[in-house]
Design a binder for this molecule. Structure first.
Ligand SMILES: Nc1ncnc2c1ncn2[C@@H]1O[C@H](COP(=O)(O)OP(=O)(O)OP(=O)(O)O)[C@@H](O)[C@H]1O
Length: 248
């Protein structure tokens, strides 16, 4: 733990083209240890593409990513060990029980076989899945499936947790519970979450970055906005309502 640098993700000049379309253009992003960063932006802003590049699931067209000081493009296996990732569509095998699936996820993440039982107990406790280990995933509500998705992302106790729209499709009670969980995760790891929900950022995050049309257009600490009495809603409108991309 002490060997982990203070900056857990540093991405510079990250770009990704799909054919002639530029989805992400020269994005810089830094995540500090113990920080929860909210990535905000309208539909199609480039949030998921950025997160896929930060997790090594999509190659950037250009740019670099370091995870806990390890170059993600040069040493992907080593760098990915530090990362837990909940994609927009959680990779659940719904015909498995929660226990079977989490056991499988633990093996994929190279959790020591002798520790798997205790790790499963701990992660189920953290994610509120204690009593449903024997349930088939496809019989669970969307909220519980999302918890299973988060559980697989944190099962190897990663330094960096990346959650793509963790609250999507959840009811208000489930959203509240997931937020409490994310805040909890932020105490032991650094977290990036993407969302459209402004109160989610205000309630959970330490810092916010806003993307629009593939570029990073705004970055600030939530405490700073609060201190200056600035409304995140107004800032979001100001930086995302224009049609033309706003430069850094
Ligand atoms: N595999 C792909 N092939 C072609 N275009 C893509 C691909 N993936 C994303 N895009 C395009 O890149 C742009 C950014 O998409 P991305 O999914 O990253 O945005 P987003 O901010 O996550 O949006 P949302 O909030 O709707 O999920 C969009 O114009 C999208 O259509």
């Amino acid at each position: 733990m002490n060997d982990i640098p203070n900056v857990t993700i540093s991405a510079y000049n990250l770009s990704r083209n799909f054919g002639k379309r530029t989805a992400v253009h020269k994005v810089d992003l830094e995540l500090r240890r113990g920080e929860v960063l909210g990535l905000l932006g309208p539909n199609g802003a480039g949030k998921s593409t950025t997160m896929q590049m930060l997790t090594g699931n999509l190659a950037p067209t250009s740019g670099s990513v370091q995870i806990c000081g390890v170059d993600l493009l040069k040493n992907p296996q080593q760098a990915k060990r530090y990362i837990g990732y909940l994609p927009e569509n959680p990779p659940l095998y719904k015909e498995l029980t929660v226990d079977e699936y989490l056991r499988f996820a633990a093996k994929l993440h190279h959790v020591n076989l002798s520790r798997i039982d205790s790790v499963l107990t701990e992660v189920k406790q953290r994610c509120g899945l204690n009593d449903i280990g024997k349930r088939l995933i496809n019989t669970l509500s969307k909220g519980y499936q999302q918890r299973v998705g988060i559980a697989q992302a944190i099962i190897h106790q990663p330094e960096v947790i990346i959650l793509d729209e963790p609250s999507i499709g959840l009811d208000p009670n489930q959203i509240r519970e997931i937020r409490i969980l994310i805040r909890e995760l932020g105490k032991s790891s650094s977290v990036i979450l993407s969302t459209h929900i402004l109160p989610e950022v205000e309630g959970v995050c330490d810092r916010v970055q806003i993307m629009n049309q593939g570029t990073m257009v705004f970055s600030a600490a939530l405490a700073e906005l609060k201190q200056k009495n600035l409304s995140l809603e107004r800032i979001f409108e100001q930086f995302t309502l224009r049609n033309e991309p706003i430069g850094n």
